[in-house]
Design a protein around this ligand. Structure first.
Ligand code: PSV
Ligand code: MN
Ligand code: MN
Length: 393
């Protein structure tokens, strides 16, 4: 193909070979807004079928070998058997996401609730999730709390932080082996006045107190507009506290659109920080996950597209001429340094990625190959008639 120099090509090949993107079980299910959920044909009816869809994405991309669960949406009796099902399909179960936001008891919060009985129920669920991780062999427990308040005076901001810290300590103490706790922040929603973990600073403060097993997760849709996310990435990497990403796109709030769809340049800038910190390797401890919902677009191709978007942004980040960048930065050449980044960003990496896929025995265009395969029609026929799994079902 291509006018990419050989050394840069090698950098991209080596860098991308280490990039694993975890897909979310709920991204394959029906989802929507509070106004309407548009059901799609062929959507999974069970967690087993969600895993099958994740395996399909991995088969076409070669880059998505694990699938995240959300509990209790994906609850089953036997998690060892579920892990075996994933293995049979060529993937594995990854991060376990704990859901402490859907029970009636959680109207005023979960681990920050003023009533100790509700807090106990929530912590019990988090501990159950660690049991599940033991069964699935998962490393990471991802915690996002919908906790917060809607009105000034509704509850004590400080007391809620104390309750949160106490719950997190109990969960941390239950972790064993290589298990980790990933704490996810989000500016607002469903709470609109205070959120108990609203930003990376609060998440970082709790993780610092919790020690080595706790790290922060950055969901790219969870910030105020115009927040410089790559700055947060750089700071957390430097502090050794970046646990991973929930990639998605947003135009307004927590839109959960496909990664790289709204602002591919932002995704590139984020991945530049990762590449420059040499944190792409699987042993860097950074979990690269998608957290998306496909409300109107077909789901499996949308997830494939998202994986490809992350790969493209990563390839561009790997193309940055680091020696030239360092020299321009050292000599104070502002425009030169900026040009080095833009040269990488403006490179069309699609032919290079297509060639790499072919070298790996994959179709050069995974979405076209998926459509050609007739898989969607087969799923529509096979999965007709059952109750379709909704987001949260
Ligand atoms: C919350 O908005 C969040 O980003 C968390 O990761 C949840 O677990 C996930 O969305 C559910 O879609
Ligand atoms: Mn998320
Ligand atoms: Mn979210």
């Amino acid at each position: 193909m291509t006018d990419v120099p050989a050394a840069a090509r090698t950098r991209v090949v080596e860098g991308l070979s280490g990039l694993r993107i975890e897909t979310p079980s709920w991204g394959y299910a029906n989802s929507g807004t509070r106004f309407k959920v548009f059901a799609q044909p062929g959507v999974p009816r069970t967690v087993h079928e969600k895993i099958d869809d994740a395996a399909t994405v991995h088969r076409f991309t070669g880059a998505a070998p694990s699938v995240a669960l959300h509990i209790p949406w994906d609850a089953v009796e036997d998690y060892g058997a579920l892990a075996d099902h994933a293995t049979e399909r060529g993937v594995r179960i990854g991060t376990v996401n704990a859901n402490v936001f859907q029970d009636d008891a959680y109207r005023l919060g979960s681990v920050c609730h003023p009533d100790p009985a509700v807090r106990r129920k929530a912590v019990r669920h988090l501990l159950d999730c660690v049991d599940i991780m033991d069964g699935t062999g998962s490393r990471d427990l991802k915690l996002w709390f919908a906790d917060g308040t809607n009105y000034p005076g509704q509850d004590s901001i400080r007391r809620r932080q104390d309750r949160l810290a106490e719950a997190l300590r109990e969960v941390r103490d239950r972790l064993g082996g290589n298990q980790r706790l990933l704490l996810e922040y989000k500016l607002f929603e469903p709470a609109f006045y205070t959120t108990d973990v609203p930003d990376w600073g609060t998440a970082f403060a709790h993780c610092l107190e919790l020690g080595d097993r706790a790290r922060v997760v950055i969901d790219t849709g969870h910030h105020a507009p115009h927040t410089n996310i790559e700055f947060i990435v750089a700071v957390l990497l430097r502090l050794g506290k970046l646990g991973g990403f929930d990639f998605n796109s947003r135009f307004y709030a927590d839109d959960d659109l496909m990664a790289g769809a709204a602002d591919p340049f932002q995704l590139f800038r984020v991945l530049c920080e990762i590449v420059q910190a040499d944190a792409l390797r699987p042993d860097s401890g950074i979990a690269f996950m998608l957290d998306q919902c496909h409300n109107v677009e077909p789901k499996i191709p949308a997830v494939i597209r998202s994986v490809m978007n992350v790969q493209e942004a990563t390839a561009k980040a790997l193309l940055v001429d680091t020696a030239a960048l360092a020299e321009a930065q050292r000599s104070g050449d502002v425009l030169g340094a900026h040009a080095v980044l833009m040269d990488a960003y403006d490179t069309d990496v699609r032919p290079l990625l297509a060639a790499l896929r072919e070298d790996a025995g994959l179709a050069p265009d995974p979405i076209a190959a998926y459509h050609r395969s007739g898989h969607a029609d087969r799923l529509s026929a096979e999965r007709a008639g059952g109750r379709q799994a909704g987001w949260g079902a």
